[in-house]
Structures are given as structure tokens and as C-alpha cells.
Design a protein around this ligand. Structure first.
Ligand code: ASP
Ligand code: MG
Length: 411
């Protein structure tokens, strides 16, 4: 029997009615002849509630017990989904991560999946079970403790199962009907894509499009798992949603596939730093020790032995970064002062077409300048150009770029 993985996110299993609705979708695929592995999230809001309880009980919590608590939301939905399927006369049973077992590292709160042996579940398929319902987001460490995979981790569970069982496809059911050219909430012309390449999706996911956990896309790309993102709230055809796939499977696409943004960024500049070998290592080593996630970096040309170093970081890490830089001042690092701009946003255009077509950057900068939007920092990769702008211009920038690259029209 071919295997299909179907993953239902929190809103798709938010109450018993929705679980029934999801179970009906599973029934449709079972009727087509698939052995189905269903991966469930916790009911929406549940994981946040559990995390809240942990923090309230123990602010400096033991991460092993955090995992014991926050993994439990998925146990409930897995059992309820199996029961619902059984009520529909579909042979099903639930599996918690440790029962499969989903073997992970011991990095509690953000463990990585190392191996998923298939024999237990396959043995049950062999005995006539049609659906294995697996609690997403969780696994077991080499020490035998329950682990979780980081927020949004049940996407990664789903892709890992699809890879391990060599599934025909991994369908991710969620509350949006696919991947859009940009966020429809800030750009009314945003268009749903039929297909998007793994690499583009990876950039969009890591740039802040929250539909899929970034690691799930990385894994899908590595193991060539066909991923489909679709809504559990609409009647579905086989072509519904967006297929995330190898670029070879996409005949024609726009040079730019999408515009992404990330709202809560900050920019810091160390002004007039004495330039000598090792300053970058000193600055960014210190920031990394302080747990600051630096994103963009720009170093000016030095003049008379002094230079400026600018970097961007998440807004909520500014205090930590300031403290770290102050600790260096006058000791390992000689600089004039630290300038902080907390109200900036990052806007990026992404597309594999950029590899072969030049002029995308020039066009992007022209569009922004025509709108009077000042660019503060620029970074590029092979398939992405990102700029930092004042946050108040973020929406305008996204809309203008979406228009200019004609993303409302299919290729
Ligand atoms: N329930 C977990 C979370 O909210 C995992 C998931 O749903 O992907 O992060
Ligand atoms: Mg999610």
C-alpha cells in the first residue's frame, strides 16, 4: 500500500467538531487505498497554556520537565483522533512519540529527530490497521526522557515520518489554503501559489512566513519529500493548496516568487571602532555568547584606522546586546558610541529565478526609492535580497514590491 502522511495543525483539531472534520478527510484518503499516518498538533492555544503553567511554576525550569508538560497537548489530540476514526469504523490507533519510537537528541525544548524506526507501525499496518495517529512535536532522548522539537515542531514530525516511511506525499492541513506571494493581511493582491520550490520556501519560512517550521522545509528538501500545504476548512480536490517541491517540477515561475517581511527587527551601530584584526571576531563572539541572534552585518570602509560596524538583531534582544557591547567598551574594544534603532523591519524578495536573471536588486532599490523609502542595510544571497527599512514603511514597501514584480499575475 502506498503511504500518505497527513498533518493537522492546532486550529484543525481545535475542538471535537474539527477533529471529526479532519477524520473525514483521513477517511477519504483511506478509501483511495492509502495507509495513512496522521500527525496531530495540540488543540490551538493548548501549548501556549502549558508553557504558561511551566513558567508560572518554575521560572528557571528544568527543561526535561518542561518537555514532560508541553508535550502532553498532542497526546490528547492523538487519542481523540484515533477514537473518532474508530467511531467511523476505520481501524486506527494512537502512538505517542516514545512508543514509535521517535528517537531524538537530548536537547530538551528543541530536540532534533535522529531516527524513526518503521517496524512497529508497519507491523500494525500489516495486521490491518489503516491509520496510525502519531502525536507530533515529541520524541524520546537516548536517556529515555520525553523531548519536544521546538515550537511548530509537529511540521517537522510530519516530514520526518514521510521520509522514514517513504510516503507518496506529506499533506499539511492548516488554517490557510496555501502559500501566498506575500501576507494577504498586508497586501490584498497577494496570490496563492500552486507550486513553490523547496529553496524558496526555506527562505520564506526563515524570513518569517509562519506557515511551516523552517526545519521541516530543510528536511523535506534534503529527503525530497513532496509537501502540500492546504486548508482543513475547505472542500478539497487533489490540486488544492500549494505544493512545495523540487524546482525541476516547476515549469514556469516568476523571477521573484514572494515578498517576505519581519516586523520586529532592530539595528545597532558601533560608531568609530578602532579597526584592527579581530574586531569582528570580538564583537560577534561576545554577542553570540550573550545569546544574541545577529542577522545582517555591514562594516564600513575604515578611515584613519576607525570604522563603523552595523548589525541587525531581533527587537527583543536589544537590551542583551547593549549590555554585551558595554562590557567590551574600553577593554577589548575601543569605540566611540553605540547607536540603536529599535523601529526597523526587514523586507525581502525571494526567487530562484534570480540566479539566472540580473537586475532584480536594481529594480528593488528603484521601487523603494520611488516610494521615498530609505534603505538602511542591504544583504543578498543567491536567491534573496533583504533590506532593512523604518518599520513605518514596511507595509508600503511590501505592497510596492509586490506590484512592481507583478506577483499578482502567474508566470
Ligand atoms: N503544539 C506545538 C506548538 O504549538 C507544536 C505544533 O503544533 O507544531 O508549538
Ligand atoms: Mg504550525
Amino acid at each position: 500500500m502506498p503511504t500518505l502522511v497527513m498533518k493537522f495543525g492546532g486550529t484543525s483539531v481545535a475542538n471535537l467538531d474539527r477533529i471529526r472534520r479532519a477524520a473525514k478527510r483521513v477517511g477519504v484518503e483511506v478509501a483511495k487505498g492509502y495507509d495513512v499516518i496522521v500527525i496531530v498538533s495540540a488543540m490551538s492555544g493548548k501549548t501556549n497554556e502549558l508553557v504558561g503553567w511551566v513558567n508560572e511554576t518554575s521560572p528557571l525550569f528544568d527543561a526535561r520537565e518542561y518537555d514532560a508538560v508541553v508535550s502532553s497537548g498532542e497526546n490528547v489530540t492523538a487519542g481523540l483522533m484515533a477514537l473518532t476514526l474508530q467511531e467511523m469504523d476505520i481501524p486506527a490507533r494512537s502512538w505517542q512519540g516514545w512508543q514509535v519510537p521517535v528517537k531524538t537528541t537530548s536537547a530538551h525544548g528543541q530536540a532534533r529527530i535522529e531516527e524513526i524506526p518503521t517496524d512497529n507501525i508497519n507491523a500494525k499496518f500489516g495486521e490491518g490497521m489503516k491509520v496510525a495517529v502519531v502525536a507530533g512535536f515529541q520524541g524520546i532522548s537516548p536517556e529515555g526522557r520525553i523531548t519536544t522539537l521546538g515550537r511548530g515542531g509537529s511540521d517537522t514530525t510530519a516530514v520526518a515520518f514521510a521520509a522514514a516511511f517513504d510516503a507518496e506525499r506529506c499533506d499539511i492541513y492548516t488554517d490557510v489554503d496555501g502559500i501566498y506571494t506575500t501576507d494577504p493581511r498586508i497586501c490584498t493582491k497577494a496570490r496563492k501559489l500552486d507550486k513553490i520550490a523547496f529553496e524558496e520556501m526555506l527562505e520564506l519560512a526563515s524570513l518569517g512566513a509562519k506557515v511551516l517550521q523552517t526545519r521541516s522545509v530543510e528536511m523535506a528538501m534534503r529527503y525530497k519529500v513532496k509537501l502540500r500545504v492546504l486548508s482543513s476548512f475547505e472542500e478539497q480536490s487533489d490540486e488544492a493548496g500549494t505544493l512545495v517541491c523540487d524546482e525541476d517540477e516547476i515549469m514556469e515561475s516568476n523571477v521573484v516568487a514572494g515578498v517576505a517581511y519581519s516586523r520586529d527587527e532592530a539595528q545597532m551601530t558601533l560608531l568609530s571602532v578602532a579597526d584592527r584584526p579581530g574586531i569582528a571576531a570580538t564583537i560577534f563572539g561576545k554577542l553570540s555568547d550573550a545569546g544574541v541572534n545577529v542577522d545582517m552585518i555591514v562594516q564600513d570602509i575604515s578611515e584613519e584606522g576607525r570604522t563603523n560596524m552595523t548589525f541587525s538583531l531581533p527587537n527583543d534582544q536589544v537590551a542583551r546586546a547593549e549590555m554585551a557591547m558595554n562590557e567590551l567598551k574600553g577593554k577589548e574594544l575601543n569605540y566611540d558610541h553605540l547607536q540603536v534603532e529599535a523601529d526597523v523591519a526587514k523586507v525581502s524578495v525571494v526567487g530562484i529565478g534570480m540566479r539566472s536573471q540580473s537586475g532584480v536588486a536594481a529594480k528593488m532599490f528603484k521601487v523603494l526609492s520611488d516610494e521615498g523609502v530609505n534603505i538602511k542595510v542591504i544583504t543578498t544571497s543567491e536567491i534573496k535580497i533583504s533590506v532593512l527599512v523604518d518599520r513605518k514603511y514596511m507595509e508600503l514597501a511590501v505592497q510596492a514590491l509586490h506590484d512592481a514584480f507583478e506577483l499578482d499575475k502567474a508566470a
